[in-house]
Structure formats: C-alpha cells, structure tokens
Design a protein around this ligand. Structure first.
Ligand code: C2E
Ligand code: MG
Ligand code: MG
Length: 611
C-alpha cells in the first residue's frame, strides 16, 4: 500500500490543534492531497465532533489549554463510539517520556513539530492502511462467521436429513427382518424364527434342571380338500383363522408358527407338567371339532397333532421338529383328528424305513435285485403256460428281502420306476434265453407286475417297445399285471395307454382282482385278457367249497367279459379241484410251486413238468 493509495473510503480526518495557523496549514496540505479534513481547536470540540461523526483518523496536538491531547485521547478511548479511531499525536516536544505517554494513553503514532508534510502523509496513510486492513479483517471475520453459521445450518440440515434416512433405512431393515422371519399370510413366525426360539428353549433346558418345554406339530386333516374344492382364497382365510385359534389356545410366552402349507407348530415353554402339552393339544382338537366361520361359509377341518416333550437329549431344533413330525404322522395313521406323543419306538421304525430308503437307492446302482419265477399252470392240461416274475432284493447284509417289505417305500419314493424297468427288462430277456434254449418254451409267457408310478411315466410305451426290441421277445410272450386301482385312477388316459400296450401284442391281466374298487360297469371298456382271483378268495374255498360265491362270481364275470380267470395262491388239492370245476382256466400257488430261482424254473420247463 503506497502513500496515496490508502483505503479510498477511509479519508476522513479530524485535525485538533489550538493554534489556528497549524490547523490551516495542515488542513490545506491534506485537503490538497485528497483527504476530507475537519478541524477542532480544542479538546472538547474534538470529542464532540468525533462522537457526532467519527473520522477515520485523528491528528491530535498534545499541548493545548484546558484539556491536553493525552486527556482527549483517554476520553476517546474510553468511549465505545470512538475508541477504535486511531490517534496520531502532534508534539513540539521531542521528549522520550511524552512519547511513552502518547502510546500508553492509546495513541498509535506521533509526529514531532515542526513537521514535514510528507512525513505526516506517510504516517497518516500507514495508519489508515492499518485501519483498512483491520476493517478488512473484521469484515472477513464477519463474513467468515456468517459462512460458518450458514455452513452450520446447512450441516444441521444435512445431518437431519441423514438421520431421517438412517431412520428410514432402519425401518426398512426391520421390516425386511420381520418379513424374513414371518409368514406373509398369517403374520406368524416362520420356520427359521421358530427354530431360533426352539434352540433357545433347548439351551435353557440344558442349564435349568426343572425346565420343561414341548413342541406340538399340527397338520390340518382336510385342508387340501377345502383348498381344492373352495379355492385358494377360502384356503387362505382358513389358515389365517386357524392361526388365530392356535394363538387363542396357547399362552403369550408360547411361539405359534406356520412351517409351510397347513403345517403349524407351537413351542410351549415353561410348562409345570408334561401333561400340560397334551392339555393344549386337546384344547386345540376340541376347538377344531366345531365349524370355522369364514365370512361366506362354514368349514370343518380336524387336525392331527404330534407332541414332543423337550429333553436334555436333544442337541438341535431340527431333531425336535423331526420327532414332532413323526408323532404327527402317527396321529394321522391312527385315524386323524387326534394327538400322539413321540416315543423311541416311533423313531426306530421311522429310522428303519429311512435306512431302507437309503439302501434301496444304492441297491439300484449295485444291481442287488433278482427275480424269482412262479409257474402258472393250465387247469385243463396241467402244463406250465407261463411264469410270474417276482422281484427280490438281495440285501448286502445277506437277507433276501421280499417285495412286501420294500415295494411300498419304492412306490412312495419313486424308486419303483427304475426298479420296475429293470424287472421288465430282466424278465423279458430271461424268457427269451429259455425260448432260444428250449423249443417248447416258445409258447410260454412271463407275467410282470407293474406299478402305478410306472405307467404314469410319459415314456412308458417307448420303454416297453425298446425292451421288446432289445430282447427280441415276442410281445405275445409278455403279460403285464395291473391292479384295479391303477385302472380307475386315470379314466380315459388309462384306456388309451392300455390300447397302446395291446398294439405291441402284449397281454394284460388284472391282479388281486376283487380286492380293489373297480366299478364293474367300466370293466368291459378295458382291453384286458385275464382276471387274477386274489389269494384271499381262493382261501375261502376250503371252508365254503363250490358254494364260494365270490370265486364263482369272478370266474363268471371274467368269462362273460371274454376274459380268462387265473387263481392265485392255490395251496391245496381241494382248492384246485373246485377251481377246475368252476371252469377257472389257470392257477398258481404253493400247491404247484413256490416262486423259484432261475435254474429251478428252467429245469421245470426242460422237464415239461405236469400236474
Ligand atoms: P402278487 O402279484 O399278487 O404276487 C403274488 C404273491 O403271492 C407273491 O408274493 C407270491 O410269492 C405269493 N404267493 C404265490 N403263491 C402263494 C401261495 O400259494 N400262498 C401264499 N401265501 N402266497 C403265495 P411276493 O413275491 O412276496 O410278492 C408280493 C407282491 O409284491 C406281489 O403280489 C406284487 O404285488 C408285488 N410285486 C412282486 N414283484 C413285483 C415287481 O416286480 N413289481 C411290482 N410293481 N410289484 C411286485
Ligand atoms: Mg402279480
Ligand atoms: Mg396277486
């Protein structure tokens, strides 16, 4: 900042001197240099002027009558309005003491008289520049403060917004967590949350000696029927209503959950006695024995309830649920609408079945199956007309397992499909071998039992054709045994399938006839060649003789439909005699031969055995 460029707005100067000449000279010199100059010829006037319109700087003479410069300066400094105005003293005494005093009373500089006007200007400009800098700084500070304030407000706004977002986020998070742990339809805890509660109960049970808890596994008995006949909307409302009832029947501390579909569970905690769990189950069953009101209609649905009592033995929630499920199945098997409490024996049985299932899967890979052949004898000639192929499972532990002990599991698990395919292939290929070896075997047939699961396969016909083609067995040499239920299950689709089978010249028999539910009026529509009279009816012959109406009726029915009758399970000569008399065409049974292994069956063919 140079001499004449002090702050353009800070040019207002007050000169105070009791000597008019001094005033005039200074005033003229400064005005000539662009300052606005006012004058005061004593201290009192100086104070008045300064207060009225504060100058940017004061040139103040020290030696004045009445009030000297020091006093004026002190007064200026004491007044808030004037305290910031820089004061430069003018003094004739070049005295050290006075200089010190000049500063101590608040002056910023001093000029000794006589002065050179240039020096005065330099000192004035210096002070004005300082003043301007100060003003700038304070302006800057003010602006800074304002900015800080603005920033603070902005920041507060951002923080507020952020907090809102965080809250929103937490809310969404909570909602997601809730959704992840609850069933959307009923709002009940779902499987993961139930398992969590159950796990905690197990831990409590490990710690506290007298802690009792129990799990109820509830499955509705008629849900599927209601859902299928009234529609899903009604089904959904029923589930919601059931969840309300289950909550009503339990206490606040208990956890009612929906596991899936129509499966609910209740964790009963802090029980006084193990019989409390049975009490709750009975309360639920009692409540469900009444109709349930669903706006437009009343529905009835019983439930089957499995009960497991908590114990230290349980390590994890999955095991408890598994046992509750087993008990529920037991309740269903006992006739539904009841409860059953889990016990060890139930577990052993289930474990056995699931072991069989596992073994059965391996058995297919390891080719552990074999076929026995039971001769079917013509009652007119007494010669063998064919064999029924019966599957056996050679278990690796040495046992020979019969179909009654594994066919049902194979059906339930679908494993019957690959097993049945193997049986069909093996039986056809075996008969073909015999036919190639022994000429009169050409007239024999092999009977193969089919399962409902097999004929439901879309590619069953293709598989059948392939097997016949691969083994080169004549279709006429194969007979397939179906049950009545298999025929009734699928109406027209079955008729179509049977016709396709017949196109291969393969023959069809109805196995265990009389034990199923076939509607006799439909029977003529199926292209069947023979009815096999179930063993239980053949057994009756011994007590009732030829008057055995059911056997008589089946044989008559077969003949009137143009079919043959084949008796199963013939064990005595008496049965054989009566069947012959009733016109039954063929028979099989222990009286002739038990199911035989391959070599024994072959020797019967080779020997052309006759009865
Ligand atoms: P099924 O088709 O009625 O077979 C006749 C069953 O009666 C056979 O039992 C046979 O050993 C038995 N049996 C024959 N004669 C007599 C007799 O005089 N007295 C007595 N008490 N029983 C006699 P098995 O071999 O245990 O087969 C039982 C059932 O398993 C069969 O009944 C059949 O439904 C099913 N089955 C057998 N093999 C297969 C197969 O390869 N596939 C399918 N899907 N089921 C099969
Ligand atoms: Mg059979
Ligand atoms: Mg049978």
């Amino acid at each position: 900042m140079n001499n004449h460029s002090s702050h353009p707005f800070l040019r207002n100067i007050l000169v105070v001197d009791d000597i008019p000449d001094n005033l005039r000279v200074l005033s003229a010199a400064l005005t000539g240099r662009g300052y606005q100059v006012r004058c005061a010829k004593n201290g009192a006037m100086a104070l008045l002027t300064a207060k009225k319109e504060p100058p940017h700087l004061i040139l103040l003479d020290i030696k004045m009558p009445d009030m000297d410069g020091y006093e004026v300066c002190e007064k200026l400094k004491a007044d808030k309005q004037t305290c910031d105005i820089p004061v430069i003293f003018l003094s004739a005494f070049d005295d050290v003491l006075d200089k010190v005093k000049a500063f101590s009373v608040g002056g910023v500089d001093y000029i000794t008289k006589p002065f050179q006007i240039e020096e005065v200007v330099v000192r004035i400009d210096h002070q004005l520049a300082l003043q301007a800098a100060k003003a700038e700084i304070s302006q800057f500070n003010a602006e800074l403060e304002q900015k800080v304030q603005q920033r603070t407000i902005e920041l507060e706004r951002v923080i507020h917004q952020l907090n809102q977002e965080i809250a929103q986020h937490q809310h969404t998070q909570q909602e997601l967590t809730h959704q992840a742990l609850h069933d959307a339809l009923t709002g009940l805890p779902n499987r993961p949350l139930f398992k969590e509660h159950l796990q905690k109960a197990l831990q409590r049970c490990q710690r506290k000696e007298d802690y009792l808890f129990s799990v109820l596994f509830i499955d509705l008995d008629r849900f599927k029927i209601i859902n299928d006949s009234w529609g899903h909307a009604v089904g959904d409302r029923l589930l919601v209503e059931i969840s309300r009832i289950l909550k009503e029947c339990s206490r606040k501390v208990d956890t009612v959950a929906r596991l899936s579909g129509d499966e609910f569970t209740i964790l009963l905690e802090d029980l006084q006695d193990t019989s409390d769990a049975v009490g709750v189950a009975e309360r639920i069953l009692e409540r469900l024995s009444f109709s349930i009101d669903l706006e437009e209609r009343k529905v009835f649905t019983g439930a089957s309830i499995g009960i497991v009592l908590g114990s230290k033995q349980y390590q994890n929630s999955e095991d408890v649920l598994r046992d509750a499920d087993i008990a529920m199945y037991r309740a269903k098997a006992l006739g539904k609408g009841r409860h059953a409490t889990f016990d060890r024996e139930m577990y052993t049985q289930t474990a056995y079945l699931s072991q069989i299932e596992t073994d059965l899967r391996l058995a297919i890979e390891r080719r552990e199956f074999l076929l026995h052949y039971q001769p079917i004898v013509s009652l007119t000639t007494g010669t063998v007309i064919g064999f029924e192929a019966l599957v056996r499972w050679q278990h690796p532990d040495g046992r020979l397992i019969y179909p009654n002990d594994f066919i049902e599991i194979a059906e339930d698990t679908g494993l019957i499909v690959p097993i049945g395919e193997w049986v069909l292939q093996e039986a056809c290929s075996q008969l073909k071998i015999w036919q190639d070896k022994i000429p009169h075997a050409l007239s024999l047939h092999v009977s193969v039992n089919l399962s409902g699961r097999q004929i439901q396969q879309f590619d069953f016909i293709d598989k059948l054709k392939n097997i016949l083609a691969n083994t080169k067995l004549n279709g006429e040499s194969l007979r397939l045994e179906l049950t009545e239920t298999m025929l009734m299950d699928r109406g027209n689709r079955t008729i179509q399938l049977l016709s396709q089978i017949k196109e291969q010249h393969v023959q069809l028999s109805i196995d265990d006839f009389g034990t199923g539910y076939s509607s006799l009026s439909y029977l003529h529509r199926f292209p069947v060649n023979a009815l096999k009279i179930d063993r239980s009816f053949v057994n009756l012959i011994d007590s009732q003789g030829e008057s055995c109406e059911i056997v008589k009726t089946i044989i008559t029915l077969a003949h009137s439909l143009g079919m043959k009758a084949i008796a199963e399970g013939v064990e005595t000569p008496n049965q054989l005699m009566h069947l012959r008399n009733l016109g039954c065409e063929a028979a099989q049974g222990y009286f002739f031969a038990k199911p035989l292994n391959c070599q024994m069956a072959e020797s019967i063919i080779a020997n052309n055995q006759q009865w």
